[in-house]
Design a protein around this ligand. Structure first.
Ligand code: S3P
Length: 167
């Protein structure tokens, strides 16, 4: 039996939505790393970036991932930057399986267009901007994941079915 299920993927791909649907399906506890950070730090992610800088956010993120990973039977929804650190990849590999959710830049753009909570997307909300960021991230995502599942033209239920089949 696997210990934890990590969901990774680019901002706006739908990790939180899929994580909630998975919880309903398999009954595991759901832990959203960003929500936990916001709760514990008492401020939104954008404010942590603005006041303390990205490096400090990444430090808190890694520390949170490590702490959560001590538990079991959890669906862990990771912020899009988690696989950027080798240490985080190691923690995920040691404590569960990692599913990469993918979507086309068009799908991502449609979902993040009106969003103001993600500092790394400010000024990048074009197909070119999003495609460039996805291209930079993909090697890290590939390295981190055990399975990849596309959300393009699929309902939440179809994506959940596929994840459960691959668990
Ligand atoms: C980030 C993704 C965000 C959040 C932060 C940085 C990233 O989470 O952790 O804004 O570097 O990709 P989501 O993927 O849930 O948007």
């Amino acid at each position: 039996m696997i210990k934890n299920l990590y969901l990774v993927g680019f901002m706006g791909v739908g990790k939180s939505t899929i994580a909630r649907a998975l919880r309903r399906r398999i009954g595991w506890e759901l832990v959203d790393i960003d929500s936990m950070i916001v709760r514990e730090q008492g401020m939104p992610v954008a404010q942590i970036f603005a006041e303390r800088g990205e490096e400090e956010f990444r430090r808190i993120e890694s520390e949170t991932l490590a702490r959560i990973s001590e538990g079991k039977h959890q669906i862990i929804s990771c912020g899009g930057g988690v696989p950027m650190r080798q240490e985080n990849i190691r923690i995920m590999k040691e404590n569960g399986i990692c599913i990469l959710l993918t979507a086309s830049p068009y799908v991502i753009l449609r979902r993040v267009e009106k969003d103001t909570s993600r500092p790394l997307l400010q000024g990048k909300k074009t197909i070119k901007g999003i495609s460039g960021l996805i291209r930079e991230r993909m090697p890290y995502y590939e390295k981190a994941c055990d399975e990849r599942v596309s959300v393009n033209r699929r309902t939440v239920r179809m994506v959940v079915d596929e994840i459960v089949r691959r668990m």
